[in-house]
Design a protein around this ligand. Sequence first.
Ligand SMILES: CC(C)(COP(=O)(O)OP(=O)(O)OC[C@H]1O[C@@H](n2cnc3c(N)ncnc32)[C@H](O)[C@@H]1OP(=O)(O)O)[C@@H](O)C(=O)NCCC(=O)NCCS
Length: 165
Amino acid sequence: MIPSYANFGGKIHGGILLSLMDKVAYAAASKHAGNYCVTVSVDGVNFLQPVEVGELVSLLASVNYVGRTSLLVGIKVIAEDVRTGTVKHTNTCYFTMVAKDDAGKPTPVPELLLETPEDTRRFLEAIKRREFNAQYREQFDNARTKLAAEEQLHLLQQERCQLGY
Ligand SMILES: CC(C)(COP(=O)(O)OP(=O)(O)OC[C@H]1O[C@@H](n2cnc3c(N)ncnc32)[C@H](O)[C@@H]1OP(=O)(O)O)[C@@H](O)C(=O)NCCC(=O)NCCS
């Protein structure tokens, strides 16, 4: 990680890591798909520990799941202090990518060969992740509709805000 990647606090900018993760997700997805892929959504981006200038960052990626046209790529980010050999895990996240054909339409991807029990665990976990995300989106959309109502204003009483209107 070179100095120009640093933020005002001297640590590596989160956007630099995100950009690297996006490129790695693209590489893993497009290699499996045999087609160009686009990023659809990203789950679980939490920066657990800061990355320092001078650390060697490695991104470990695998295609964990495939749907018809989508692929879920899991990425683990580790940062190593090359002088001490200390390695820290800074982030694990999941990119949903979709393969596109030459006309820019979603196109089917090859099925996934699960070569180890770990591959199977990741595939099953991805099914759950997909289910939970779909449920979350539906529930949140419902909740948002209800939040528009004036009678929900009591929810603000415990919060650190004031109505200014
Ligand atoms: C993603 C995109 C292709 C979906 O197009 P669409 O017409 O809705 O296509 P479909 O409904 O057939 O969905 C295609 C796949 O994406 C998945 N998908 C769509 N929206 C999704 C979301 N929000 N989260 C996760 N997966 C999603 C669908 O489940 C489907 O997967 P499957 O074929 O494995 O079952 C389209 O929205 C797109 O091109 N977005 C822009 C992506 C982009 O340019 N990214 C770069 C960063 S700007």
